[in-house]
Design a protein around this ligand. Structure first.
Ligand SMILES: Nc1ncnc2c1ncn2[C@@H]1O[C@H](COP(=O)(O)OP(=O)(O)O)[C@@H](O)[C@H]1O
Ligand SMILES: [Mg+2]
Length: 397
């Protein structure tokens, strides 16, 4: 009989995992609260349940007697993955690990205890605690919700004399916090990278290091990624080491992680770690294009208790770049075919169509589309993306 994998989420984000599992000949139980989720169009068993409704998902997992459970690149279902794997005795992450990987305050505490390099931080539960924490900073700081993602609620404060701005930063961030907690932390300066890892039986393997491009202050939305990192070996080795320490600190013994790091003057320090694959096409597209390693398949195999093939097949460069945009209505998108004809362009996608109302980029979800490229090295792949972008005209009014 075919093995059964439960995949939490059936949106476009999870589609690569659903497709991969089907190609592997597995039976797929897809879970999503949206009955029209795109993943449900595949040959899967549907469970129309919210991926964060832990008791309901556990019950469905028991009913189907699943052999493994996973989520691709979203944060909130991580706690459900932990609960299902515990209840059914499957390979997965512990409850405690899921909490440390989804609550930025618990994460910071775990990293601090383990001696992993991190910025100075304070967890605050109300405005009074916030005002006290703010007094501890003599330079730029970041305010963020303890338990959100996709750059939602991130705010930078760089004028310490601006009392109104400081208050507004709290209000903005607090609005996005599910449990009401907010983290205030020292602003780290330097280039940002992420580390994509797979841990198998307690051994953490770094598969790739990704360079990032963000919008910068105030909201820090990611506008592009490229692989491999441009950092020289000595720094890349330290980045890998810090990411492995972070994996140990939160207790990942089997499964993927995506660790965001800023390379400061004092060395690499952790922004955050997710016990999941990297989103933004990093693990579904960029890693296979730069290394030949199929992280999605590996992840499914790990969840099923089997051994993945994590050997690098080649060394190439890959990149993704998101289109710039402003608030308004999309009137025209032109030149896509010309862009697709450029050597090295692997995919051009638009999340929004002509006629759609879009906003400025204040979170990842607001971005209207992207280009993915592959070339001999990262720099060349970025150039391919940029050349393709120049061919495309997007009119927004
Ligand atoms: N302490 C910090 N110093 C510098 N930049 C930060 C810091 N915290 C967050 N950022 C920037 O904001 C982005 C989003 O913050 P992050 O903590 O990763 O939240 P999210 O869960 O929304 O991705 C990071 O990728 C980084 O660019
Ligand atoms: Mg992040």
């Amino acid at each position: 009989m075919n093995k059964k994998i439960m995949i939490l989420g059936a949106s476009i984000l999870q589609l690569p995992a659903i497709k991969c599992a089907k190609e592997m000949g597995l039976e797929v139980i897809a879970v999503d609260m949206n009955p029209n989720a795109i993943g449900f169009e595949e040959d899967v068993t549907k469970e129309i349940i919210s991926t964060i409704d832990i008791p309901a998902v556990v019950e469905a997992a028991k009913k189907h007697r699943v052999d493994g459970v996973m989520t691709l690149a979203s944060d909130m279902p991580m706690r459900t993955v932990a609960a299902v794997s515990k209840e059914l005795g499957l390979v997965g992450i512990a409850d405690d690990t899921a909490l440390k990987a989804t609550n930025k305050a618990c994460m910071r505490e775990a990293l601090h205890e383990y001696g992993v390099p991190i910025p100075k931080f304070f967890k605050v539960s109300n405005k009074k605690e916030y005002d006290e924490a703010v007094k501890q900073f003599s330079c730029t700081f970041i305010v963020k919700p303890a338990d959100n993602s996709g750059s939602r609620g991130i705010f930078l404060v760089d004028d310490l004399s601006d009392k109104k701005g400081i208050s507004e930063a709290y209000e903005y961030s607090h609005k996005y916090s599910r449990n009401g907690d907010v983290v205030v932390e020292e602003y780290m300066r330097g280039p940002e990278v992420s580390v994509e890892t797979l841990t198998v039986d307690g051994e953490c393997h770094v598969i790739q290091i990704t360079d990032k491009l963000t919008t910068g202050a105030p909201h820090f939305v990611e506008m592009g990624h490229s692989q491999p990192t441009h950092h020289p070996k000595q720094i890349a080795d330290r980045i890998a080491e810090v990411a492995k320490m972070a994996n140990k600190a939160v207790g990942i013994t089997n499964g993927p992680s995506h660790t965001e790091i800023i390379v400061t003057e004092e060395g690499p320090k952790i922004v955050e770690l997710g016990a999941r694959l990297g989103g933004d096409c990093i693990t579904t597209h960029l890693v296979p294009l730069s290394t030949g390693v199929d992280m999605v398949k590996s992840c499914i195999l790990i969840a099923l208790g089997e051994k993945p093939d994590i050997e690098k097949k080649f060394n190439k460069g890959s990149a993704i770049r998101y289109f710039a945009q402003k608030a308004g209505t999309i009137c025209k998108i032109d030149g896509v075919e010309d862009a697709e004809a450029i050597d090295g362009v692997r995919q051009i996608s638009f999340v929004e169509k002509v006629g759609a109302q879009i906003t400025e980029i204040d979170s990842s979800a607001a971005r209207l589309g992207f280009i993915i490229a592959q070339s001999d090295n990262a720099e060349a792949a970025v150039h391919v993306c940029e050349a393709a972008m120049k061919k495309i005209t997007i009119e927004i009014e």
